[in-house]
Design a protein around this ligand. Sequence first.
Ligand SMILES: *[C@@H]1O[C@H](CO)[C@@H](O)[C@H](O)[C@H]1NC(C)=O
Length: 222
Amino acid sequence: MSMRGRASFALLPCLILLSRIPGFISSAIVTLDSIEIFNTHEWLTADPTVYFHCKRDHKTDLPDVKKANVLYSFKGEESWQPLTKLKKEKCKRCGFYEKDSIKSDDILDEWEFCPSYFTDSDGKYNHFKDKEFNATFSCPNCESLGSDSDHSSSAGGKGMHWALVIVISIAVSAVFILGLVAGYKYWQKRKREQDQARFLKLFEDDDDIEDELGIGPIGSVL
Ligand SMILES: *[C@@H]1O[C@H](CO)[C@@H](O)[C@H](O)[C@H]1NC(C)=O
């Protein structure tokens, strides 16, 4: 393994540790758990196309939701999931809409979608709009997103500060130790080369003495 490879290998546990510390998780995934619509806005008998959309996000079509007064439940791993990502202490303006071929899309409801709504221990949050829909969302990581703001922010900040100090010291010591090991190996190699050179020089010196005395190497005498 190269020196750089080894260094990143040592930093990997630090990064894993970093991601485990609450407050370092910067975004959480939101999935749709279930939805029931009470009304379709299509004039004709055509099936409705309901979609979820947050401002500045992509639209998520709900391909299965076609009939009113049917509860559709999801696993969270459907091809169109997740619905959106929430960032720490930041709500999004989101809503359910129904595509309309003639006029602009119908708004079933539009509201502020906040990570702090997921207060349940199972990370679920229910949004009900009279005569329109009842939807349940799931976000298991939203609680840890909001934990910094729920508790006093100074305590949270301090905890994060200490975690950062620990992680950085581990990283610095890892690099320092790797540097020491590399330095020692280099020194060993240099020493071995010097020893070899000295050893060879010893023979050359012997040859010189033989030349000076006019004896010459044994081979030339014979
Ligand atoms: C909405 O759906 C959830 C889950 O299916 C259910 O627990 C809740 O009672 C429903 N709420 C209303 C107002 O229908």
